[in-house]
Write a protein that binds this ligand. Structure first.
Ligand SMILES: Nc1nc2c(ncn2[C@@H]2O[C@H](COP(=O)(O)OP(=O)(O)OP(=O)(O)O)[C@@H](O)[C@H]2O)c(=O)[nH]1
Length: 387
């Protein structure tokens, strides 16, 4: 297949992918990076079409336009990829400055060395950006967990390979001229690989979106949006995991309730109450060990699951006292520069070693919490050790 036909197919493919991603992006917040991916694909596709219209080896200065558009498109991908990995996007000014800088250099080199100058600068610029995309995707694989690693790894490999091949083209343009870029086996290898890349890119981006949406839904279903702690669903799943392991470690539940929380809401407003809930959640999460879990049962009520081989109630009591002290010492900043403190009451269940003991342990912790409230609050009560 001649390069023009390949470029036409690539262009249409990229435009179709870009359109699809733009439609998906309209229903997602921009943190997913969809706008960057969609713009990158659309601009790349249009740049290919413009390039076809002008001719591959055009030495007309207008050829700088599609070249700059391609560089711009790769920067859009980079911004999407950064957002996808939870990092801030590239600023519009940085993207515009980079693209203009490239266009100026490309114009200067085209004026000085005609098509050799143009293609050397284009391929060097694209190679740099492809390799950068590969690095971003590789860094992304370190920041994400589980299934998301796969599409990012595929992206890192395909853009890395494309970057290397494009760098070779930049060197070839300078040392051999532009003919080998479009004719012969090396050109066929390059365009064959570019075709594979473009064909893989769309489904790979969709795979990334799918995995990310799936992760978000799973998180929404298992975590409390206000505090980020496990909700009841997440707690059930954590219990299943805990008791699914053989042999399961002992588990003690500490049920924690903020004292007179209604007064906080009434005196300082609901937003201040929410901030206190977040502050308490942060302190609880910071005080437990890996393997323990913290959940928000609802309202101002939390549950800490304390796990350990041979864990006894008195060890959980020591943790509960540490939590009570830390929370009593915590100062919650309020709007206007003031702050407030609050105390908690805690009920500690007996230790259990089987999932079947969970309901009874929760009831025991709840009854102990009730006693703590009635005994004056700001205290820990341990349930009788018989579940
Ligand atoms: N700000 C905020 N308040 C909440 C939330 N969920 C529940 N609440 C409030 O929490 C308060 C709980 O009040 P109560 O059950 O009377 O308990 P309390 O005032 O802490 O009293 P004791 O537990 O007996 O010490 C209610 O005013 C609820 O409206 C929430 O997500 N945010």
């Amino acid at each position: 297949m001649d390069p023009s036909t390949v470029i036409l197919i690539l262009a249409l493919n990229l435009i179709a992918i870009g359109g699809l991603l733009a439609m998906i992006g309209r229903r997602m917040d921009d943190a997913a990076g969809m706008r960057g991916f969609a713009t990158g694909s659309l601009v790349f596709g249009l740049a290919y079409l413009l390039r076809l219209a002008l001719g591959h080896a055009s030495t007309s200065l207008a050829a700088v336009l599609p070249d700059a558009a391609m560089v711009y498109a790769t920067l859009c991908y980079a911004t999407g990829l950064r957002q996808f990995g939870g990092r801030p996007p590239l600023g519009q000014r940085a993207i515009a400055g980079w693209t203009l800088g490239f266009a100026t250099l490309s114009l200067a080199c085209t004026l000085a060395w005609q098509d050799v100058g143009r293609h050397a600068v284009l391929n060097a610029g694209l190679a740099h950006n492809y390799l950068w995309l590969s690095v971003l995707a590789t860094l992304g694989t370190r920041r994400v967990i589980g299934t998301m690693r796969w599409p990012l790894t595929v992206l890192a490999v395909i853009t890395g390979m494309l970057g290397l091949l494009t760098a070779v083209r930049a060197v070839a343009a300078v040392s051999l001229g532009v003919q080998p870029l479009f004719n012969g086996l090396p050109a066929q290898i390059y365009y064959g690989y570019a075709t594979i890349t473009t064909v893989l890119l769309g489904p790979n981006l969709l795979w990334m979106v799918f995995v990310q949406l799936n992760d978000r839904l799973a998180r929404l279903a298992t975590h409390d949006p206000l505090t980020g702690l496990l909700n009841r669903n997440g707690l059930d799943a954590a219990l299943d995991r805990h008791f699914g392991s053989r042999p399961a470690q002992a588990l003690v539940l500490c049920q924690i309730d903020i004292d007179h929380f209604k007064q906080i809401n009434d005196s300082h407003g609901h937003a201040a109450g929410d901030a206190v809930l977040q502050g308490v959640a942060g302190t609880l999460a910071a005080h437990v060990r890996g393997g323990d879990f913290v959940a928000r049962l609802g309202g101002e009520e939390f549950l800490v699951g304390c796990c350990g081989a041979g864990l006894a109630q008195d060890q959980a009591l020591a943790l509960a006292e540490r939590l009570r002290d830390a929370l009593a010492a915590q100062s919650h900043p309020l709007a206007g520069g003031t702050s407030l403190r609050c105390t908690v009451s805690i009920g500690v269940s007996p230790a259990i070693v089987a999932r079947s003991g969970w309901e009874a342990a929760l009831r025991a912790a709840d009854a102990a919490l009730y006693q703590a409230k009635h005994a004056g609050r700001n205290r820990v009560v341990v349930a009788a050790p018989s579940v």
